[in-house]
Design a protein around this ligand. Structure first.
Ligand SMILES: [Zn+2]
Ligand SMILES: [Zn+2]
Length: 395
């Protein structure tokens, strides 16, 4: 079963939907237009039920199969994300963002479109048993819309056996599915450190205690956490990505702020990173006679693929893309993903779909990134194959 022919016939329609979403990007929990269009299309395709307003702008489309029918033959959930990023688009494409400072730089416009394509096909053909739930979630990038959907009872309202997610991956060749069992994305924390000391004239440093020097010591010391506290075969990252302080060449400021991120897979590694970031920052500041306030906000847990679900997802990928284009990832990535909240509540798996056109391709979160429309029918066919293969029609 290569790309499903009927879905290939939707390629032009899907491209038009995707470019329309791209032109009208919306940030976390503000996906009002996107959510309205998704719900309208699901109704137009003939979904049995379309439920809106979950986690503010989330939508679930319910499609019952012909074989076996409601309540029989099991159920699976397929999830796409709808939100954009606060990045100013520089792609120069004709369908570039019309909203300054907001763009679909992660391809969630493509994810939403691929799941819509699958919904159209599944509602039309219904060649399966049981129920397929099409889950469109808000706020993947910021705000944890996946977590809010789970808290609002996603899996109680829509009982399902497994849930699956897919992300386009411009770093891998177009049309290649990447999968693995176990961790696939890391847990994420947001670190904020405020160092408050005593400012002074730049020529008379002895009259203050310099928070810039203190912040520099903290940044250096934080790099010893993973190197000297985490078991070397385990993964962990502490990165400071932002330093702000001072506004004159000859003045020692009173406050310096640091902002960064921590990543890990094992919960115990997360605990080490949190404890050590706090201890080092406040201890160093105190030793210099200043003070550091440290926030370590855990955003997303690690995304962990359950073994049987990952196998089912890879089998469907082989059926659609062919054996040679399904690659088992040797390692997870340190990127974060809020689908982790769904996988913590329900067994399932998260795959990547290669979208790379060449080595010069901008990667996700780049201002020149644009989703590769060539993979739309492949992703939609994979979703459809997941339903037809996991919920086979009886009789
Ligand atoms: Zn992203
Ligand atoms: Zn993304």
């Amino acid at each position: 079963m290569p790309i499903i022919n009927r879905i290939a016939e939707f390629h032009d329609d899907m491209t038009a939907w995707r470019r329309d979403f791209h032109q009208h990007p919306e940030l976390n929990f503000q996906e009002v237009r996107t959510s309205r269009i998704v719900a309208e299309k699901l109704r137009e395709f003939g979904c049995d039920e379309v439920i809106t307003g979950i986690a503010t702008t989330g939508v679930v489309g319910v499609i019952h199969g012909k074989g076996g029918g409601r309540g029989e033959g099991g159920a699976i959930g397929l999830r796409a994300d709808m939100d954009a990023l606060p990045i100013h688009e520089e792609s120069g494409v004709p369908h570039a963002s019309t909203t300054p400072g907001v763009m679909h730089a992660c391809g969630h416009d493509g994810h939403t479109t691929m799941l819509l394509g699958a919904a159209r096909y599944l509602a039309e053909t219904r060649n399966f048993s049981g129920t397929a739930y099409m889950i469109f979630q808000p706020a993947e990038e910021m705000g944890g819309g996946g977590e809010v959907m789970v808290k609002e009872g996603l899996f109680e309202r829509f009982p399902m056996d497994r849930v699956f997610g897919l992300h386009n991956w411009p770093g891998a060749p177009e049309g290649t599915f990447l999968w693995r069992v176990g961790p696939v994305m890391a847990a994420v924390a947001d670190i904020r450190i405020t160092v408050t000391g005593k400012g002074a004239h730049g020529a008379m440093p002895h009259q203050g205690n310099d928070p810039i020097v203190i912040a520099a010591q903290i940044v250096t010391a934080l790099q010893s956490i993973v190197a000297r506290n985490v078991e070397p075969v385990e993964g962990g990252v502490v990165t400071i990505g932002e330093i702000k302080g001072g506004n004159a060449f000859n003045v020692i400021p009173e406050v310096v702020t640091l902002r960064g991120t921590a990543r890990w897979f094992l919960p115990e590694v997360g605990d080490i990173l949190e404890t050590k970031v706090k201890a080092l920052a406040s201890g160093i500041a105190e030793a210099f006679g200043a003070r550091a306030e440290v926030q370590f906000d855990r955003m997303y847990p690690a995304t962990i693929n359950e073994e049987v679900s990952a196998g089912l997802a890879a089998d469907a990928a082989r059926a659609v893309a062919g054996e040679a284009k399904v690659v088992e990832l040797p390692k997870p990535t340190m990127g974060g993903e809020d689908f982790s909240f769904m996988l913590n509540a329900k067994q399932g798996a998260y795959l990547m779909l290669g979208a790379g056109r060449g080595p010069q391709d901008p990667q996700v979160h780049h201002p020149r990134y644009d989703f590769n429309d060539a993979i739309l029918p492949l992703g939609a066919s994979w979703w459809a194959a997941m339903v037809e293969r996991q919920l086979p029609r009886k009789g």
